[in-house]
Design a protein around this ligand. Structure first.
Ligand code: TRP
Length: 335
């Protein structure tokens, strides 16, 4: 389905049909997650309007090094990246989870500066983000051909299938891979590989293992923005599903396991309580100090991430690091 727009039309592959269905799906996810032991809520629901604003604030926090590290490594290495991308001639630059494409814009500028032939295919679940990005790029890069796709990751890969024989460079930045459990991350990269041809390139953003105190602080900032971001999930359930979570009865808790390399975020019930959800006409009970798992952020060593790529059918071309060596954009080639 094509959406009308003043710029390039968006390709909309999102299954979203109407708000009622969205709400029903959200309600079902919450019911499933809160009925399990241990309890969990899906991190895909963090990013409503308020959550997206809070995440912008997280990215500006002194403790949240991830975004700045990847931005600065791109500034540092973009010239080499662009030479590697364009060595085989024209290509589609496919950006999975593009958002506002803040980091990718560094590459777009450099690609134009080096006059490389390519087009840009940003993909994101947010239709409004893709509308804005298309508009914005038409102003800043009037000669650039942009084809934005609105889709979840897996659905977006359909686009790759339709352009199977054309050269592609796929970006998966921002350490989004870290939000998959390890086996799921490997499965996801394998799926990407299945939509590529030998020789196609894949650039993977990876937050590397480092001093555990630095990692923990990034997810447990002193000013409490991350706590507010995590708690907004309950607020959203109250707003959209008629829940009666009392936010004062829950607290944000974060821990880092340096052996497994995983950062975990929780919402902990500070007392024994029941919460009612209108949408499900059901009650969910919490024991005192029972926790809901809301997100995992996996950190990798360079060898671990190299091995994950290899298992998925890629060989490592090179790893671009930030100056502190804490974040990597790893360039893989499909074999
Ligand atoms: N997914 C991002 C990450 O892992 C976003 C994030 C930052 C986050 N802080 C958080 C998710 C706290 C849940 C809780 O870095």
């Amino acid at each position: 389905m094509l959406l009308q727009s003043t710029t390039n039309p968006l390709i909309d592959l999102s299954r979203k049909t109407n708000g009622t269905q969205d709400r029903a799906e959200f309600a079902k996810h919450v019911a499933d997650g809160l009925s399990q032991h241990p309890k969990k809520l899906s991190s895909r629901y963090f990013y409503d309007a308020k959550g997206s604003k809070l995440f912008q604030q997280i990215m500006d926090l002194p403790e949240y090094y991830l975004t700045r590290a990847e931005y600065s490594l791109m500034q540092r290495h973009r010239s080499a990246m662009v030479r590697a991308f364009a060595a085989g001639g024209f290509f589609h630059l496919v950006d999975l989870g593009a958002g506002d494409a803040l980091k990718t814009k560094l590459l777009l500028q450099e690609l134009e500066r080096q006059q490389k032939p390519f087009d840009y295919v940003p993909m994101d679940i947010s239709g409004s983000a893709m509308q804005e990005l298309s508009k914005d790029l038409q102003q800043a890069h009037p000669d650039l051909h942009v084809q934005a796709v609105v889709a979840e990751y897996i659905t977006g890969l359909q686009w790759l299938e339709q352009h199977l024989t054309e050269r592609k460079v796929v970006l998966f930045l921002g350490s989004n891979i870290g939000n998959f459990e390890r086996e799921e991350g490997l499965e996801f990269i394998s799926q990407i590989r299945r939509h590529l041809q030998p020789g196609d390139l894949f650039l993977l953003g990876v937050d590397l293992t480092k001093d555990p105190d630095i990692i923990l602080a990034a997810y447990n900032d002193a000013s409490g923005v991350t706590a507010a971001f995590n708690l907004n999930l309950l607020e959203r359930i109250n707003r959209e599903l008629g829940g009666n979570f009392d936010l004062d009865d829950f607290k944000h808790f974060a821990l880092y396991d340096p052996q497994l390399g995983v950062m975990k975020s929780f919402l902990v019930s500070q007392c024994e309580q029941e919460v009612y959800l209108e949408a499900n006409q059901a009650r969910y009970s919490f024991a005192a100090w029972e926790a809901i798992h809301t997100e995992s952020s996996h950190k990798y060593t360079l060898p671990q991430a190299t091995e994950m790529g290899r298992s998925a059918g890629f060989e490592l071309v090179t790893s671009y690091l930030d100056e502190k060596g804490g974040f990597a954009d790893m360039l893989f080639k499909a074999i």
